[in-house]
Design a protein around this ligand. Structure first.
Ligand code: ADP
Ligand code: MG
Length: 693
């Protein structure tokens, strides 16, 4: 198929709608999307019918409302288009009502106390700004998922609300600059890292199968030391996979753009071209699903876990974002005139204030047990949030704050005052790969998110905290007697109060951890350290005042995330116990017995067997240690379990279970290195990391 026919062929996108809808209906839909108005039932009926015809022509028989419950993955429930006719036949039908509203009896999704089972019904509502698409022969309609009282039960509803908040407050600020902007949206391009392993090897590992990561495994002789994988030639099997993935994504209207090998063996990266945040977040969920599906067709398994292998880099998801007007103006684009630059610097000041005031929320937005293995492990940014701006922009902002002239690195002095700001451009070599939150020329790159996480929560936080600053700035500027002086005052205040969040150095260094502590920045190393902050007074006030979450919705999320932390760790611990008791220790016993038998035979034949005896003894002592470690882990799990799936229980997993897991792993990995390969009951790290050719 040629590209122009392939691209978007499975999406009921703008092109398809323009072609298939009556002009009036099309115009009405656009108007509703742009102004966030509800669709009338008449309009919805016409759209539903056209959408159904389009899908049926492609062989589709079923549709589903496609949504993102708080499990972080997507959910669907299929209904057929079939409707009986009076004459006993059937017709294919999709009504406007079915399009815009669904009622899945989805009572088993986590809701954190937002509904009791007797009023369990939630409903799903179409988000017409995100296009319907066909996946596996099913028409998928992207929806938000709410309770009957209107509580958000999903990840999308708050995202749509936060988009509204940043639009509202952003427009206020832009209008003060005399702009005619009608709509402000966040745009996002997520870079997605992942691993590919051979499915035959994957299936022999209970840990990968149940938890998505290896819980045992001695390091292979070769890992990523030579860095020969990064940007290296892609293996033929992976090339075929990437090609098919690109095509599948293009069909879905996802602008798959970049692909390359990453630092760790078997690790790769994918990036699409950026788009509006709600679409980007739907598309990222779809991309992750497709990555797994296409891999299966090639006999491979795609690992999206943040840390599938100890000792080699884990996987992240860089959230590249900016704010873009309906005229295509990116607010993070340094401008061409003094006025443009004043606006640019003010927007950057808003980022500085927002990130500093809400370090906790940004940390929470990327908190997961999987991501805990990455943050701060010298491969990903630390769990401390800071902002990289580069020397030039930092210098300019500081000069404004200090009320002095700024001299450029090149040596030529430029007079500073908001009305005569210099033209400046970002030096492309001025890059920092270690910062969790880096300005990269015309966008910010938030690098803390984990590879398996939905990008929704991160962007809800970014939208909301930006909206809050825009609101504050607009309030201040509306009152200011002199507009330019008002801007200078704000920049000065922000630099004085929040300048501590700017750090242009090496975030991976030990010194930074100390320096950050001196500056009073938050360091929340684990998920369970971060989660209690969700419901702080500051955060409830922020989300309620911006209309993004109610207090009850925040409490529900906290409850669900804490529960999830405990349950996940419980599963990991149980998987380890199973593997140790049922596979690794029995294998070591068998090998010990075999070696002991050889020793016995040798001795009977008067052949020296000192080494065999030593090997068998060493194994005996390792087996003993492993059994002790098993008992300790069992005890730790029982204690944590008894406390319940709450913060106390979570702290017990963090403080007792995780160290007990590490201790058990250490002995078992040593057993692996002291055992003949044929006795070790599963593929090793070497087998897994170099399994795809
Ligand atoms: P890098 O040097 O980090 O690889 P790229 O230019 O390849 O940067 O972009 C990485 C991602 O950032 C891509 O998904 C790209 O579409 C996205 N991106 C670029 N500009 C913007 C923007 N203005 N807003 C949001 N995302 C953007
Ligand atoms: Mg990048």
């Amino acid at each position: 198929m040629i590209m122009s026919e392939l691209y978007g062929s499975m999406v009921f996108d703008d092109r398809a709608m323009a072609k298939r809808l009556p002009k009036e209906t099309y115009r009405e839909l656009k108007r509703c999307c742009e102004q966030d108005l509800p669709l009338s039932l008449d309009t919805a009926n016409i759209i539903a019918n056209a959408m159904k015809d389009w899908a049926v022509e492609k062989g589709v028989t079923h549709f589903t409302h496609w949504f993102q419950p708080l499990t972080g993955i997507t959910a669907e429930k299929h209904d057929s288009f079939i409707a009986p006719t009076k004459s006993g036949g059937v017709i294919m039908e999709l009504s406007g009502k079915e399009l815009i509203k669904g009622e899945p009896d989805a009572s088993s999704f986590p809701n954190g106390g937002l509904r009791s089972t007797f009023e369990a019904r939630g409903y799903t509502a179409w988000d017409p700004t995100s296009y319907a698409f066909i996946k596996d022969g099913i028409l998928c309609i992207p929806t938000a998922f709410c309770s009957y009282r209107g509580d958000a039960l999903d990840k999308k509803t708050p995202l749509l609300r936060s988009m509204e908040a940043v639009n509202k407050q952003g427009l206020r600020l832009l209008h003060l600059f005399g702009r005619k902007t009608e709509r402000l949206n966040m745009t996002v391009g997520p870079e997605q890292e992942y691993f590919l392993v051979d499915t035959a090897a994957f299936n022999k590992r209970k840990d990968l199968f149940y938890t998505g990561r290896t819980l045992f495994g001695a390091r292979p002789p070769k890992g990523q030391e030579l860095e020969d994988h990064y940007f290296g030639a892609i293996k033929p099997r992976v090339v075929k996979y990437m090609k098919e993935l690109d095509e599948e994504l293009w069909k879905l209207g996802i602008l798959a753009k970049t692909k390359h090998n990453e630092v760790a063996p078997a690790q790769h990266e994918f990036a699409p071209i950026y788009t509006t945040v709600n679409v980007a977040s739907d598309q990222n969920q779809l991309t992750m699903e497709m990555m797994k599906k296409v891999a299966a067709k090639h006999g491979m398994t795609c690992l999206l876990h943040e840390k599938p292998f100890d000792g080699v880099n884990g996987s992240g998801k860089h959230n590249n974002w900016s704010l873009c007007t309906n005229f295509g103006h990116n607010l993070f684009e340094p401008g061409h005139s003094p006025q443009d630059n004043a606006q640019f610097l003010l927007i950057v000041a808003a980022v500085i204030a927002a990130v500093d005031e809400h370090q906790d929320l940004l940390r929470i937005s990327v908190a997961s047990p999987g991501n805990d293995h990455r943050l701060g492990a010298n491969e990903a940014p630390p769990a401390i949030v800071s902002v990289f701006l580069g020397e030039e922009i930092t210098g300019i902002l500081q000069a404004i704050a200090d009320g002095r002239e700024y001299s450029r690195r090149a040596g030529c002095d430029v007079k500073i005052g908001v009305h005569v700001l210099p033209k400046f451009s970002m030096d492309s070599s001025d890059r920092n790969r270690t910062s969790p939150f880096a300005f990269t020329g015309n966008k910010f790159e938030f690098r803390m998110p984990g590879s398996a996480q939905s990008i929704t929560t991160v962007n809800v936080v970014l939208n909301t905290i930006m909206a809050e600053q825009f609101e504050k700035f607009s309030d201040e500027l509306e009152k200011a007697e002199d507009f330019n002086q008002g801007i200078t005052d704000i920049i000065r205040r922000v630099m004085n109060e929040h300048g501590r969040i700017i750090f242009n150095g090496n975030n991976y260094s030990e010194d930074w951890v100390k320096e950050a502590k001196r500056r009073g920045l938050l360091n929340l190393p684990t998920t369970i350290d971060a989660l209690p902050y969700i419901t702080s007074e500051k955060n409830i006030k922020l989300f309620e005042s911006q209309g993004v979450f109610t207090e009850a919705e925040l409490r529900s999320r906290q409850e669900i995330y804490v529960e999830n932390y405990c349950r996940l760790l419980h599963i990991e611990a149980m998987t380890m116990l199973d593997m140790a008791n049922m596979e690794i220790i029995p294998a070591a016993i068998k090998y010990k017995g075999a070696v002991a038998k050889v020793a016995k035979n040798c001795l009977a034949a008067s052949v020296p067997a000192d080494d065999e005896k030593e090997i068998a003894s060493k194994l005996a002592s390792l087996i003993h240690s492993a059994r002790e470690a098993v008992l300790s882990l069992e005890k730790a799990v029982d204690t944590a379990r008894a406390l319940g799936d709450n913060i106390k229980g979570g702290e017990c997993y963090r403080d007792n279970v995780i160290p007990a897991m590490a201790a058990l792993r250490k002995v078992c990995d040593e057993m692996e290195l002291n055992m003949a390969k044929e006795y070790y009951p599963m593929p090793t790290y070497g087998d897994l990391l170099f399994s795809v050719h």
